[in-house]
Write a protein that binds this ligand. Structure first.
Ligand SMILES: Cc1ncc(COP(=O)(O)O)c(C=O)c1O
Length: 447
């Protein structure tokens, strides 16, 4: 049974009594490391709406960190999962083959850029598909070094964490335990350019620094297995670099025989107005990592590489649950939506409505220092003062809380940014309803 919601409905000030009770239990039952952006205690969801345990209905502008962008409990996905669950739930992906694995891999790799044969490996999360990419690169090149970008988020395992610098908290107490040999280059975060330049008109000093310093002096190119990059820094605050920057990174890889690993865990599945952000930026990754929206919230990641890179020895890399048939049934249904039901076009349309609304808010609200927008991916960086650009971190947190109380779910990112990654099937009225709430809470949070 799916629930058809008609709009935001706040029946009791969230978190309501039932939510508070569950939050109390959570406080002793679960790890305290989960950041819990707001006090949402989700019970069920459909389309762009999420209902909490008290019967409040929220409009979802975050899609559970850019996951449920095809709509929550999308009908065809639910049907596919139910049907498959009655047939075969598990066989184990190392020892036995199941049909959806081959079908999905064949279809997905056709959508990946680069006119060369490709192979795929299935895993259960974003971090895991990055770990696979790291192993592929090191196995093939036999090189110990790698380069990532400052502010990036690639995961929380000891390999992916070693590539991650989005927050000081995530690395604390692990710095000597993580994968060694990683060096960092500045990302093209133009609003806060580390070289105090302005784009366009700069010489992409960030790229130059990668070439002249990080590659030459820190990681000699003959020791560098891969450079990993997010086409848009997600957890960093939806930082959208100039195309030239990413193309320059690709050139550095090609010129120096280094593998290019593109982390599209967050950007894939239409959110940029393209099925993959790599298409927009003109990238042809040697290693491509995708997760989050891939299976509508079922745990899945995929690593796609040039064929020859995954022609490695038996047992070199495998897992038990990757390529699970139920998860892949959901993923195949999601693929149908994007390949056959025009969901990337829908995202583009929602993106246009959203961007038009956000531009108006930027004119009105001084609190918005920078607005970064591509398709439905909207990064709103809040500042105390547009001249000094002092991050308005506390106001950002308050804004998220105020929006939640009014029935709008948003996400924080970076020091003082909000990221929006709404559901691609939203109507114009739903987008306008969300923008109207943002308008109100921008005023209230600024006080
Ligand atoms: C770009 C990127 N890479 C990797 C990850 C890690 O994914 P997961 O949380 O599924 O391990 C994330 C998660 O937010 C991400 O945004």
């Amino acid at each position: 049974m799916s629930f058809n919601y008609t709009g935001i409905k706040i029946v009791t000030d969230p978190p309501g009594p039932k939510a508070r009770e569950w939050i109390g239990r959570d406080n002793t039952a679960l790890t305290t490391s989960l950041s819990r952006t707001s006090d949402l205690v989700a019970l069920r969801a459909h389309g762009p709406y999420v209902e909490d345990v008290d019967g409040n209905v929220f409009l979802d502008f975050g899609s559970g960190i850019a996951v449920s962008v095809m709509g929550h409990t999308e009908d065809s996905v639910v049907k596919a999962v139910r049907d498959q669950a009655g047939e075969l739930i598990h066989a184990n992906s190392c020892d036995y083959l199941t049909l959806p694995q081959v079908e999905y891999a064949e279809r997905f790799v056709k959508l990946c850029p680069g006119d060369f044969p490709k192979r795929a490996f299935f895993s259960n999360s974003g971090a895991e598909c990055i770990e696979c990419g790291i192993k592929v690169a090191k196995y093939n090149t036999r090189r110990a070094g790698s380069i990532a970008f400052l502010g990036a988020f690639h995961g929380r395992f000891m390999g992916s964490l070693a590539l991650t610098t989005n927050s000081p908290v995530s690395r604390r107490r692990y710095i000597a335990s993580m994968m060694p040999g990683v060096a960092f280059a500045p990302y093209a975060y133009c609003y806060r350019c580390p070289f105090k330049q302005q784009y366009p008109g700069c010489n992409l000093e960030c790229l130059q620094y990668l070439k002249d310093n990080v590659l030459e002096r820190v990681i000699p190119k003959e020791d560098c297995a891969f450079i990993v990059v997010e086409p848009i820094q997600g957890a960093g605050g939806f930082i959208i670099p100039p195309k030239e920057f990413l193309q320059g990174v690709q050139e550095v890889c090609r010129e120096n025989d280094i593998l290019l690993m593109v982390d599209e865990v967050q950007t894939a599945f239409g959110k940029t107005g393209y099925f993959l952000a790599s298409e927009y930026f003109g990238l042809e990754p040697d290693i491509l990592c995708v997760s989050k929206a891939i299976a509508a919230g079922l745990p899945m990641g995929i690593t796609v590489t040039r064929s020859e890179l995954m022609e490695w020895d038996l047992n070199t890399h495998e897992n038990t649950l990757g390529g699970n048939p139920v998860v892949l049934a959901g993923a195949l249904a999601v693929l149908d939506l994007y390949e056959n039901q025009g969901f990337t076009d829908k995202a583009r349309q929602v993106g246009e409505w959203l961007q038009a609304g956000m531009l108006q808010l930027q004119e009105k609200h001084e609190l918005i220092g920078d607005l970064r927008m591509l398709g439905t991916m909207i990064g709103i960086e809040l500042v105390e003062d547009r001249q000094t650009k002092e991050p308005a971190a506390a106001k950002r947190d308050r804004l998220i809380e105020l929006a939640f109380k009014k029935g709008l779910l948003t996400l924080g990112a970076g020091k003082s940014s909000i990221r929006l990654a709404p559901v691609h099937t939203m109507t114009e009225d739903e987008v306008k309803a969300g923008i109207a709430i943002l308008d109100q809470v921008l005023t209230e949070a600024a006080k």
